[in-house]
Design a binder for this molecule. Structure first.
Ligand code: MF3
Ligand code: CO
Length: 246
């Protein structure tokens, strides 16, 4: 898989990124107390059909749904089920779409109704981590610079960075190599070059970074909250362009 995308690929992937951003915004607006994650996934699937695109998560290595819906201590890959959302929960909606072989991936965590100050601070810091990662994603910088920017901000707010899951390159597949870690050492790792497109998706834990994974389900070991948000970033000659929006 080419790490440097062609002009045509960049155009097509950007179109998918715009579509997924609108889909994510809609999906987030549907979140309400009392709704099951299964019902939310069904609404998202209906919208994906209406848009004339495909939700490639469904059927991917046995994953049963178009969306990954991770609530509270769930870190990622939450399988939509009968669990009803409650006021005070936080939920990460993580979506992937595909059309004509071009992929887009985007995610955001929001609160259900009124949430605690602690939950809200975790979500804000996670978004700041994403912004800092994006700022570091400059041509000539490295993946280590991106990871370091995220990790240092999370840890200076006394949160921890999940190691078990990372961001990734994207475009002609849902996950392309290399991975984009949310931790790292300045100046280490692969150098970023114009034409690269990848997802930065910090997964930040309120407590310690340990994760327990059973099948798809991934939860914090200590049962505390985890938050995540994700953008697709395109490296340009002089900087970058964030292809998705929340
Ligand atoms: N957006 C998710 C990720 O990058 C996609 C997971 S694949 C799925 O981790 F099958 F779990 F949906
Ligand atoms: Co992703």
């Amino acid at each position: 898989m080419g790490m440097i995308k062609s002009q045509k690929e960049i155009i097509e992937i950007s179109k998918m990124a715009e579509l997924i951003s609108r889909l994510l915004q809609k999906s987030l607006s549907w979140v309400s107390p009392g709704m099951s994650t299964f019902a939310l996934d069904a609404m998202i699937e209906a919208e994906i059909d209406r848009m004339g695109v495909v939700g490639p998560c469904k059927g991917y290595e046995g994953f049963p749904a178009v969306s990954c819906l991770s609530v509270n201590d769930q870190v990622t890959h939450g399988i939509p089920d009968g669990t009803r959302l409650q006021e005070g929960d936080i939920i990460d909606i993580d979506l992937v779409i595909e059309k004509n072989g071009y992929f887009a991936d985007c995610s955001k965590t929001i609160g259900v109704g009124k949430i605690s100050k602690e939950a809200s601070r975790l979500m804000s810091v996670t978004e700041e981590c994403l912004s800092r990662g994006i700022k570091a994603a400059m041509p000539g910088n490295t993946l280590g610079d991106v990871g370091f920017a995220i990790q240092s901000h999370a840890e200076s707010n006394s949160y921890s960075v999940v190691r078990n899951y990372t961001g990734h390159f994207i475009g002609l597949d849902m996950h392309e190599d290399p991975m984009v870690a949310n931790y790292g050492t300045p100046h280490k790792g692969m150098e970023l070059k114009p034409g690269m497109i990848f997802c930065i998706e910090p997964m930040i834990n309120q407590g310690s970074r340990g994760v327990i994974t059973r099948g798809w389900d991934a939860r914090t070991r200590d049962g505390k909250l985890s938050s995540r948000c994700e953008h697709m970033v395109f490296i340009t000659e002089r900087g970058n362009k964030v292809l998705t929006f929340h």
